[in-house]
Design a protein around this ligand. Structure first.
Ligand code: ATP
Ligand code: MG
Length: 399
């Protein structure tokens, strides 16, 4: 009922790395020509872990937008903006917080995980606990249908869906809803209204998901409905509530969890990352000094790719022929580890070359980046304001 829309964000806590690229950014570039896309700098989210030293956030913000543009995000196709410049995100976060059970937030796996992994920071804060709820606001405020992210974000998207359902359940109530919905059904015309009734029954009585999808598609095509009747008919299909917010879906890439130099998930805070625009010598050195299968001490010892972090990079960067060469050469000690690493180094450098070239014009003229963001903030803010009008009204704040 609402147009398909893609929303995703990243935290400006330092230079982007290959994990961000293969896990999410690559999908952004692909999606921008298929659907309307909104991509934001999650500066408030950066504060959840960097509240005691926010100095990194400002420079990282502009550097990160350059990373996006370098990776091929096209500002004429997608909207790029900064979260804090659309304060409606904070308003929705506050309103959603009223009805969000604490247990939902405490149970998010990243909550305890990150507290343990980032033990040098005090993350026993209100803001850090509420981080996934702020994310929910970021996505729900655009009624996004798809969220391209890395695998670690799946539980957060799941929670967004629950938040959205709960919101509609609590605030989608309307006096005389059934009657108004039945009137709206009549407005579909006799043939369509009959089909609508049949499909609705099939879904409600037999849980037939296909019938539900078919009914939704029919509503999408129905021209003569007002916005409000459309909301009612979508809600009436599944129950007796209007659908004010929608349920987003996570979109993953093939390498939705790229390992770092040590085999653990690539992350800036674990010191195992290669930056998207890292210089050639440093990339070469990092890969050459990467640990390999610990059993392979001498050149003549055979190794096992399954135990080697370099193999994980071959899975992302090499074709079948190269992988076979690695597998055979490693197991038979036919090739040395440095030999095995060279194609990975070459592939990373090749991937980076066009990015470095695209980045240059923005490094030379930072005002280009500011203009892109200024435009994007205006566009995003208008969309966010539309949703907030409906949200306020639904919660009885429409004065
Ligand atoms: P870092 O841990 O390096 O600081 P982050 O997790 O703080 O990065 P976010 O801004 O939270 O970075 O994540 C941005 C996007 O990149 C998310 O969609 C996340 O899932 C994805 N991502 C981050 N690291 C990886 C990785 N190693 N593999 C795949 N996707 C990743
Ligand atoms: Mg980060």
């Amino acid at each position: 009922m609402y147009p398909d829309r893609v929303v995703s964000g990243m935290r400006p806590t330092g230079a982007l790395h290959l994990g961000h690229y293969h896990g999410a950014l690559k999908n952004w570039v692909k999606l921008q020509s298929e659907l309307p896309c909104l991509f934001f700098v999650a500066d408030w989210h950066a504060l959840t872990t960097h509240y005691d030293d926010p100095s990194v956030i400002e420079t990282s913000t502009w550097e990160m937008v350059i990373d996006w543009l370098a990776a091929g995000v096209d500002p004429s196709q997608s909207t790029l903006f900064i979260q804090s410049r659309v304060p409606e995100h904070a308003e929705l976060h506050l309103l959603l917080s009223m009805a969000t059970p604490l247990g939902w937030l405490e149970r998010v796996p990243t909550y305890k995980d990150q507290q343990e992994k980032l033990a040098d920071r005090d993350l026993a804060t209100y803001g850090f606990l509420g981080y996934p709820l702020l994310q929910a606001a970021d996505v729900l405020i655009y009624r996004a249908s798809q969220v391209p992210v890395g695998e670690d974000q799946i539980p957060h998207i799941e929670m967004m869906r629950e938040i959205s359902r709960r919101f509609n359940h609590l605030y989608g109530k309307e006096k005389g809803f059934e009657e108004k919905a039945r009137d709206a059904v009549k407005k579909l015309g006799s043939k369509r209204s009959k089909l609508y009734q049949e499909l609705r029954t099939q879904f409600q009585e037999q849980g037939n998901e296909e019938a539900l999808e078919q009914a939704k598609a029919m509503l999408d095509d129905a021209q003569n409905l007002s916005m409000i009747d459309r909301e009612r008919l979508f809600g009436y299909l599944e129950g007796s509530r209007k659908l004010i917010l929608t349920e987003p879906q996570a979109l993953l890439t093939e390498a939705s969890r790229l390992p770092g130099l040590d085999g653990a998930k690539m992350s800036k805070s674990y010191g195992n990352a290669i930056a998207l625009r890292e210089d050639k010598d440093s990339v070469t050195k990092k890969v050459r000094t990467m640990p390999t299968d610990p059993q392979r001490v001498r050149r003549t010892d055979p190794g096992d790719p399954a135990k080697c972090p370099v193999w994980q990079f071959h899975l992302v960067y090499s074709d079948d022929a190269a992988r076979q060469w690695v597998d055979k050469g490693c197991r038979s000690a036919g090739i040395g580890c440095l030999e095995c690493k060279q194609p990975v180094i070459d592939a990373i450098l090749k991937e980076q070359q066009p990015m470095l070239e695209r980045a240059q014009q923005y490094i030379d003229d930072p005002s280009l980046v500011r203009a892109i963001i200024a435009d994007g903030c205006d566009t995003a803010r208008k969309l966010a304001q539309d949703t907030m009008r409906d949200v306020r009204e639904a919660m009885g704040l429409g004065y």
